[in-house]
Design a protein around this ligand. Structure first.
Ligand SMILES: [Zn+2]
Length: 291
């Protein structure tokens, strides 16, 4: 359930903002992720940038009528702020002095990690079973605007996980269904799996954020324009926005055609696609047919 590489440019290790003086060079080296303080600075930089972007977004969204849109756009940034008070969000701090594995933080909190070895083709991912956002080593979401959007995509997945755990906390059967799904019971072995509804929500968020950042000339825009690969990525988003203009509008509705388009893209990228039925009494996961 990691971020798809779907809409993304290949991530090269040489990628840098072209104006490091103004936008901050990648100040992280792989060794920094093995030290608690290095990780702490990395996380704090991301959180500080999120607070800044959240304030800018809230201001530009004042003129919008759709409360659902405002909530959808702002809530991941609020979750980052909520999580910032939890010292063990830094997985290295949580692991300090422990030999056994670190238990997941209960909602709303979650871990950040920058693992030494990361699954191929992923630049960031969220693992609900451990409640951890993993960032690729070349990623610096407190500095690079596109990396920030990819990280926010994963934060939205944390929200989705929080919602399930909160909604079903008094229903052992539903929680068991969820945990079985996360642990791979009753699903295809070894396949890359993805929940359609969740990805629709996260990609819709990315598209809306891109639109808002450029339309309202938020500070992230300057950083994007200073980075060639970010510009290419932005142009890709623009093509998708041209195709689904609802994401530029004052609404939180998601066009049905976007759902089927995304599903086709996910299938073509080799994902096994699942979705869930929630009838208020239980939650059941099922695999969707490939298209
Ligand atoms: Zn995702």
């Amino acid at each position: 359930m990691g971020a798809l590489f779907l809409l993304r440019m290949p991530k090269k290790s040489s990628r840098r903002p072209s104006d490091p003086e103004r936008f901050g060079a990648l100040s992280t080296s792989p060794s920094c992720f093995q030290k608690i303080d290095g990780m702490e600075q990395y996380i704090c930089r991301f959180e500080a940038r999120c607070a800044q972007v959240r304030a800018e977004l809230a201001e530009c969204l004042e003129g919008y009528r759709s409360e659902g849109l405002k909530r959808a756009v702002l809530s991941p940034f609020d979750l980052v702020a909520q999580n910032s008070t939890q010292p063990n969000r830094n997985v290295l701090r949580a692991k300090e002095g422990k030999t056994s594995s670190v238990p997941p933080l209960p909602p709303p909190h979650f871990h950040y990690d920058v693992p030494q070895v990361f699954r191929r083709n992923l630049i960031a991912s969220y693992t609900p079973a451990t409640r951890t956002i993993d960032m690729g080593q070349g990623m610096d979401p407190g500095v690079r605007p596109m990396d920030m959007l990819y990280a926010i995509h994963e934060v939205r997945h944390v929200e989705q996980d929080n919602d399930v755990r909160t909604q079903w906390r008094n229903n052992p059967q539903a929680m068991q269904n969820y945990k079985n799904f996360l642990n791979g019971k009753g699903v295809l072995d070894g396949g890359k799996k993805i929940i359609q509804t969740n990805e629709v929500g996260t990609y819709a968020l990315e598209l809306r954020l891109n639109h808002l950042i450029f339309k309202h000339r938020l500070s992230l825009m300057k950083g994007m324009l200073a980075d060639n690969s970010a510009v290419r990525q932005y142009l890709q988003y623009e093509q998708i926005l041209d195709r689904f203009p609802a994401f530029r509008e004052d609404t939180d509705e998601i066009p049905p055609a976007f759902i089927s388009w995304l599903r086709t893209m996910m299938s073509e990228n080799g994902y096994d696609i699942y979705d869930y039925t929630d009838n208020g009494v239980e939650i059941v996961y099922r695999r969707l047919e490939n298209r």
